[in-house]
Structure formats: structure tokens, C-alpha cells
Design a protein around this ligand. Sequence first.
Ligand code: PLP
Length: 383
Amino acid sequence: MTRQRSQDLYGNSVEPPTYQSASYYFDDAEHVRAGLHERSAAAGRYGRYSNPTWLGVEEQLTELNEAQASLLFASGMAAHTTAFLALLRSGDHVVLAAESYRQVRNVFHEILTKFGIIVHEISIRDPDAFCEGVRALRDQVRLVHLEMPSSPHMYLIDVERVREILGPDVIVTLDSSFSPPPNFHALRWGVDLSLFSATKYLGGHGDIVAGVMSGRADLIEQIRWYRDTTGPVADGHVAALLRRSLYTLPLRMDRVNGQAMAVAEHLDAHPAVSRVYYTGLPSHPHYKLAQQYLTGHGGVVTFELDRTEAETAEVVDRLRLPFMASNFGAPQTLVEQSTFFTYFEYDDAKLRTIGVSRGTIRLALGYTDDVSDVIEDLDNALA
Ligand code: PLP
């Protein structure tokens, strides 16, 4: 095939083009010197190191998160794993919020421990006890990883107090995939790196798997080397889909905040429902923290039935509108029975440690036109 150089026919499209290229050419030796050796001219080199479409979306993310810099990854797990591999050394102690996402906990317990990292897991259910646990370890700990809201109970953390206790030298990372801006801005509260599964609200259409981190430029530069070397990168098409999605993030969050609040209030008053976990309800154990940290409460409503796992499964089976699927932040409403889905491998003892009952249902509202349809569907299933 003959060599066909880029044709710059016209460059005035309102939206930037999507770059889908494995490598980038240099015109001549002088261009290699300027673009690669001296970095005095902007030039691409190879698709694992950068791509103009990523760079654009990373700029959007930096602005959204009020950060110094951002990085895009192939998945939320890739963002988490790469950050921890880059920032931790053998012998380091870390604190892990015990209600963090299951696979993030697996990275800490099953992978990082193989490299001599010592993991201290502390429950966030009691915010004061969590802070005291952090205080007891603050002189030996290098990094604290938080997640809020947590799944399925949407527990929160007094992030500002955690930072005060730790002082400036301990790295604080926080996963707020359930509550991205505008609902919550982690970096405003002393967090160093804000992490997201962009598969969820940031992507927002249920059609990409991607991960994102935003925060301190010095940490991002360390992590960039690990990403570029180990290669968990998103491709140009995924970056373009994420760019498009970020334009509508505030609109979508506004929609699900309102709809989930209506569903949560309805379930809270429903005689067949024993408990609702939604941070917008005064009955949520961390409602006070929610008032301080969140401007909206997101689209995920968790509720408990005083029924067995099999009886709860019958209720979920009777639902007609939601897809039975494990995700949130998608256009469709999704439902999962926690112990039958995410935690199906957990026995009773392990379920007790995370406080999840067999009657727990997690409902993730999509961008429905009329939330009364969802409420009617729930009423029929619960009848
Ligand atoms: N963090 C949270 C809170 C999640 O729920 C998930 C996935 O469900 C992840 C991280 C991992 O993200 P991904 O699935 O994009 O790898």
C-alpha cells in the first residue's frame, strides 16, 4: 500500500475529529529531534503513549474535576490498579475503606499484598470510628483509599476530617463513580486523586468501558509512566464517546437526582419495604454528611425487604421495566438483587461483615421520561 500522508482538507469542524491511529509519523529527522528528543514541538509517537482525542477528553476532565491534570484509562479498574502500582512500594501501609468496590478490594488484598504492601481495612459505616481508625494509623500509612458513596448502602465519609487527621503528606485517593460532579467534587475536600469508573455516569450511555483519574499533576505524571509502560489505555473511539457524554453530564445527573429522590421517597413510605438507603432521605445514616458534601444524591436507590433471598428474587422477577443487569449510569433503569448478583459467592458470615442482607435490591434509575412508570412497576412487584 502506498504511503498516504494526512490530508488536511479543512480543519474548521466544530467538534474535533476522532483520532484512530496506532502510530504517528515524523516528516524528517529534524521533526524527530523536535517532537521526540527535545519535545519542543507537539508530536505524537505511538498509540500507547498518547492520542489527540484522549488529550482533549483529559482536558475536559481536568476542568470538570477542578484538577491540575487527568488521565484516561481502559476501565475504572485499570485506573485504580495503575494508580496504586505507581504510588506504592513494598513495605508501605495503606488504609482501605472496607465498603469499597469488590474488585478494588481484590486488587488490594490479592494483588498488592503479593508485593509486600500492608493493607488495613476499616469500615466506613460508623464515620467517627473510621476517623479514629485512620488517626491510629496516620504515622505509618502512605496512602488512604476512600470510596463514597459506597455500594449498596451509599455510605459516606467525612473526607475533610480524614484529610485534617492525616496532614498533607499522606496520599488520599477517592472513587466517586456513584457521585461525579456536579453532585460531588472530591478534590475540593483535600483529596489528591479523584478516580472514576467512566463506564458509569461519566460515559452515561451504557456503551463504553473506561476509567478516569484527575488530581495533583505530580502524582498524575508518576502514574502516566506506569500507564504508558503497562498499557491499559482506551482507544480513540472510546475517548470520543466519552467527550460527547461529558457535555450532558450535568443534565443527566440533574434528571436522575430528581427521579431517584421521587422513587426513594415512595419506597420509604411503602409498607412492604423495611429500609431505604438513599442519601437524600433524612433516614439515611449519613444524611448529615450528605448535606455537607453532596449537592445531589444520584440515581441509585437501595432498599431492603424483610424477605428471604428466594422471596426477594420473586419480587425482582415481577419487575417489568428495569433490566436485570449490574451497572448504573446507563440510559436504561437497571436492577440487581445484591446477594444474588454482585455478592453471590459470599456466604452468610461474609455478608454480615459487609452488612448486606439477602433482601437487598439495588435500583439504578435510567433517564426515564416518567418516573411514575417505575413507581407503578415497583408497586406491582411488591404487592
Ligand atoms: N468503582 C466502582 C464504584 C464501581 O462500581 C466499578 C464497577 O462497577 C469500578 C470502580 C470499576 O470500574 P470498571 O468496571 O469501569 O472497571
